[in-house]
Design a protein around this ligand. Structure first.
Ligand code: SF4
Length: 444
């Protein structure tokens, strides 16, 4: 019998998708997956490096697992962004490690593991994906049978000054459109209700050929892909993340044309100050961003717009921060992910003076949070009385009598119901609202 593997995933949707692919590759070689590291022969952590704190968590977690399993002869491996960035250094920082597998080497994971099992020591692969290695996943490879992440592009060419992704994920590589369309079609045929097209910057999608997109017009390959995926008739299609500079108004037109493209856009602005946006190397000014927002708000659909904000970036003064608050007031975001800037070694911003005091960062964080809460109370309240199509995801954490799901505008909606509804799309009438969730009742 082949060895048993425990795989633990940290980080973003891309890491979730990578873990799914790693599981498929290893399962097809006969390895079995178990739910606890106690039961495993091989323990693998799929790691996130987006913040220095996320990276140190990996080492804490490794230390914890090692402490609990010491002397049990297990094999330990690290894959993902930390593996890609740190490479061989990981063997020095954590002597328990047996192998390190970078973000481009997932398809070669079975051979890495086999080399360790046959006695090789300290195996490392941080090489690029090879041209004969594809991204394919079958419906049965996913954890659920109702939602799936479908990667369309990997890596990033933007080099925002605070971000490690171009180093941990490498340069952009787009997946062939025919392969994406085939995967989405298979998911649809297997009963999946929702696919989410993912990538660090989906708007940069640029396959080597237009094969599969011939019948779909659009100003960018991503717009053509969106239309082609929508034409599969899949119930709901979401996409993330959009980079503002590359967000084309044609995306909104595609959303107007195809109702199965969900009415939600995540468009991270990060700051409302042009000085700070320049220091972040974002490549746009706040006025450019507001133009994109206007195009989204001009849609005849009620598109929910969400964003990310970093407070306390090096050099951010009171005027800069006020510009961010002003922008927030203008955009009516349905949700904001707020981050306090923290230095990420290896990035350009790490060479800047981290000169905003932590108390000031905290104060600004709270100001954004308070402002946004007021905005969201109004927005969420406006949904009362409306009917929303909800994909039911599971039993609510708050009450066993309730289930929860997501609307097409990516709102969490709770309502009375049982497990028989999980995986179904149902119509729910909204009867109450909090600032970040809705409560409803099943419409009959
Ligand atoms: S667009 Fe900027 S923030 Fe987003 S992944 Fe690329 S470098 Fe990082």
């Amino acid at each position: 019998m082949k060895a048993k593997i425990y795989l633990e995933t940290h980080g973003c949707q891309m890491n979730v998708a990578d873990s799914t692919r790693a599981t498929k590759r290893l399962s097809s070689e006969g390895f079995q997956f178990v739910q606890s590291y106690d039961d495993a022969d091989i323990v693998i952590l799929n790691t996130c490096s987006i913040r220095a704190r996320a990276e140190s968590k990996v080492f804490n977690r490794l230390g914890q697992i090692n402490h609990n399993t010491i002397g049990k002869g297990k094999i330990y491996g690290v894959m993902g962004c930390v593996a890609q960035l740190e490479g061989e250094e990981l063997f020095r920082r954590s002597t328990m490690l047996d192998f390190v597998c970078g973000t481009g080497a997932i398809d070669r994971l079975p051979s890495l593991v086999s080399r360790i099992l046959s006695g090789e020591k300290k195996v490392l692969d941080t090489g690029q994906r090879l041209s004969n290695e594809n991204w394919d996943l079958q419906p049965a490879d996913h954890d659920t049978n109702h939602t799936a992440f479908v990667p369309i592009i990997e890596g990033c060419n933007k080099f925002c000054s605070y971000c490690i992704v171009p180093f941990s994920r490498g340069r952009e590589i787009s997946r062939p459109a025919v392969e994406i369309i085939k995967e989405v079609t298979n998911l649809r045929d297997s009963g999946f209700k929702e696919v989410q097209l993912i990538g660090q910057n989906v708007n940069s999608y640029k396959p080597k050929t237009n094969e599969g997109l011939e019948e779909f017009a659009g100003a960018t390959p991503f717009i053509r892909l969106l239309k082609a995926v929508a034409a599969t008739g899949t119930n709901r299609i979401k996409f993330t993340t959009s980079f503002p500079k590359d967000f084309h108004a044609g995306i909104v037109e595609a959303m107007n044309e195809y109702q199965n493209l969900c009415n939600w856009v995540h468009l991270p602005v990060q700051s409302g100050s042009d000085v700070i946006l320049k220091a972040m190397r974002r490549g746009y000014k706040s006025a450019d961003y507001l133009d994109k927002v206007a195009a989204i708000h001009n849609s005849h659909r009620n598109v929910a717009l969400t964003t990310d904000i970093i407070v306390g970036f090096p050099g951010e003064n009171e005027d800069d921060f006020t510009s961010t608050l002003d922008l927030l007031k203008q955009c009516n975001f349905h949700g904001v992910y707020i981050f306090k800037y923290s230095e990420r070694p290896g990035t350009r911003a790490a060479n800047m003076d981290d000169d905003v005091a932590d108390e000031v960062k905290t104060e600004r964080f709270q100001q954004v949070e308070n402002l946004q809460r007021e905005v969201q109370i109004k927005i969420y309240g406006s949904y009362i009385g409306t009917k929303q199509m909800v994909l039911v995801k599971g039993i609510s954490a708050r009450s066993e009598a309730d289930v929860f799901g997501h609307s097409t505008c990516n709102k969490v909606i709770n309502f009375k119901g049982g497990t028989d509804l999980v995986g179904r799309v149902v119509e729910v009438k909204v009867v109450a609202a909090k600032h970040n969730s809705l409560y409803g009742e099943l419409a009959h």
